[in-house]
Design a protein around this ligand. Structure first.
Ligand SMILES: NC(=O)c1ccc[n+]([C@@H]2O[C@H](COP(=O)([O-])OP(=O)(O)OC[C@H]3O[C@@H](n4cnc5c(N)ncnc54)[C@H](O)[C@@H]3O)[C@@H](O)[C@H]2O)c1
Length: 247
């Protein structure tokens, strides 16, 4: 996307963590950014720190009516929609046997149905604008399996597939759709996780939200020939397993 000035961007889950970093990056690119989240206090603070080019709006991504209001507001305040970043997400621990049907459905509803609703309602606006980008924040859990988070893995694989379906439908209208696949990133979501989970990676550390935001910024402004594509930043976690050769 050449120029984000005079255009609006919606970042779901933008109050904190990766979404807040994405909002900071896209404001620097000249966009007007709507930080759309359940968390009002954090969302307002994040928006205020960014100045007049950012506002907070309450959004539960599972609520179609709230989606319509947020997209209307974004265009009224900052101009035609240019970018939707479907970043809002939750993780709920539970394996195939231990996760309850209600937990499983809830994770799918937020992480997958919520993103689909955003794409469903944003796509006609981007089509009308004649260009635009949708970035879906999936995960390495959308590339490989993990035990103990069955709903999360299913939702992130679903989001990766949905990205490709939408890319096929929207390319001719000048709208690109890509997925971003972070490994473990240091945010409130992972605050209670064992830092040792990154130890086996070629780059044995957690990533930072700013590193994901830089990738999202690249997808939006630079990756102009990419659509339906997966952008991975995981410290090499999905590169494969090290072969242990006896010495
Ligand atoms: N942190 C990681 O290690 C990591 C790795 C891979 C992918 N991700 C993905 O990145 C995204 C951001 O995660 P994060 O680490 O910044 O987590 P986070 O918990 O810090 O932020 C998630 C944000 O989403 C918001 N949110 C949750 N449910 C919502 C809903 N129904 N409607 C609107 N907003 C809602 C939360 O209020 C929060 O502000 C998520 O989709 C997550 O799955 C995170």
């Amino acid at each position: 996307m050449a120029d984000l000035h005079g255009r609006s961007v919606v970042v779901t889950g933008g109050a904190r963590g990766i979404g807040a970093a994405v909002a900071r990056t896209l404001v620097k690119e000249g966009a007007g950014v709507v930080i759309a989240d359940l968390l009002a206090r954090e969302g307002r603070e994040t928006a205020e720190a960014l100045g007049p080019q950012a506002v907070f709006r309450h959004l539960d991504v599972t609520d179609e009516h709230e989606w319509r209001r947020v997209l209307d507001d974004a265009e009224a305040v900052f101009g035609p929609l240019a970018v939707l970043v479907n970043n809002a997400g939750i993780v709920d621990f539970g394996g195939v046997e231990s996760e309850s049907p209600a937990q499983f459905r809830h994770v799918l509803n937020v992480n997958l149905v919520g993103a689909w609703l955003g794409m469903h309602l944003a796509a006609p606006r981007l089509r009308a604008a004649g260009d635009g980008v949708i970035v879906n924040v999936s995960s390495t859990a959308g590339l490989i399996g993990y035990s103990g988070i069955s709903g999360y893995v299913a939702s992130k694989w679903g989001l990766r597939g949905l990205t490709k379906a939408a890319a096929l439908e929207l390319g001719a209208a000048g709208v690109r759709v890509c997925s971003v696949h972070p490994g473990p990133i240091r945010t409130p979501m992972t605050a209670d996780m064992d830092p040792g989970i990154a130890a086996g990676q070629p780059l044995p550390r957690f990533g930072e939200p700013e590193e994901v935001a830089a990738m999202v910024g690249f997808v939006v402004t630079e990756a102009t020939f990419s659509t339906g594509s997966e952008f991975v930043l995981d410290g090499g976690a999905t590169a494969g397993a090290a072969l242990v050769v006896p010495s």
